[in-house]
Design a protein. Structure first.
Length: 284
């Protein structure tokens, strides 16, 4: 596998009873890039995420994650907790899943629970602050503080997470995922329900993750202003199959994509585009 490929999905299929939700779907995501997976409602985007992150075991196909150091993992064979811990894939969900009664800072410390417990040697003496636990706890707080600053949440560190505005909760989820040190961050509709200001703050956070950490991002998103502004690579799914794959500009102008989004047949696309252009011309 070329070094710059971080994730390769090969011939992925997922069947739910009589429904083929994903049908022979293949794609690659490159290291250090933001890759977007888009498509109409019910196209199968979340199902692909659930296969990558171990929530579903695919009916068929392979999902290969290649880390920076070259180590490869077959994600479809790993239990989900090892997909985060060893393969270093983190995710957020369509619906926010924070510990709303814990503070913002506590949410980021809980995400680092595994490494803190390991440092304690799983003993009470360890937890009471001897040796490695104390230094790991300090590092965990420093990492949490780093991500609070990046996500513009430092002023809210001691507030319950449930008290934050919606857009800030979304950024906190991303900060929490980043505290696990992922090489691949999977975001399921991070811009859903955000106002334009919150959406701009999200774009800035995702861009800074790409620029400063080398973490690659795989994103499902309906908000085209987010997709087109920040993605390096866009893949379009319809009825569980890939219909387009390329740069944002390529995908935006692909007649099959336009047809899928407008809900028309391929051969009607030219007609629809002409009608849209006519309307736009009239508006100027
Ligand atoms: N656990 C499941 N059991 C049965 N059918 C499922 C299951 N999960 C998803 N599906 C079906 O698979 C298809 C793809 O759903 P999926 O949620 O992956 O689409 P999506 O592209 O993420 O849609 P949306 O944009 O609306 O979130 C749908 O027809 C859905 O009803």
């Amino acid at each position: 596998m070329p070094e710059d490929v971080l994730l390769r999905v090969e011939h992925l299929s997922m069947r739910f009873g009589g429904l083929m939700a994903i049908n022979d779907f293949s794609f690659e995501a490159k290291r250090g890039e933001i890759t977007a997976l888009i498509g109409p409602n019910g196209a199968g985007k979340t199902t692909v995420f659930n296969c990558i992150t171990g929530f579903y075991k695919p009916t068929m196909g392979m999902i290969i994650m290649q880390q920076k150091a070259g180590k490869q993992y077959l994600l479809e064979r790993l239990p989900d907790f090892l997909i985060t811990k060893d393969a270093k894939v983190a995710r957020t969900f369509q619906n926010i899943r924070l510990f709303s009664g814990l503070t913002v800072l506590e949410n980021l410390l809980v995400a680092q629970h595994n490494k803190l417990m390991k440092a304690s040697g799983y003993t009470i003496l360890g937890l009471l602050g001897i040796g490695s636990y104390r230094s790991e706890a300090k590092k965990a707080i420093e990492l949490a503080r780093y991500w609070l600053e990046k996500a513009d949440l430092i002023d809210r560190a001691d507030d319950p997470a449930g008290d934050l505005p919606y857009g800030a909760q979304r950024r906190l989820e991303i900060a929490r995922a980043m505290c696990t040190g992922p090489e691949l961050l999977c975001l399921d509709e991070p811009a859903a329900g955000l106002n334009p200001r919150e959406s701009a703050a999200l774009n800035a956070l995702l861009r800074s993750i790409r620029a400063e950490t080398g973490t690659s991002i795989l994103l499902i998103e309906h908000d085209m202003s987010v997709v087109m502004q920040i993605s390096d690579h866009v893949i379009v799914l319809e009825y569980g199959q890939k219909i387009s794959d390329g740069t944002p500009d390529h995908v935006k102008n692909d007649p099959r994509v336009i047809a899928a989004y407008l809900g028309v047949e391929d051969d009607e696309v030219d007609e629809v585009i002409a009608a849209v252009e006519h309307l736009e011309g009239g508006a100027h």
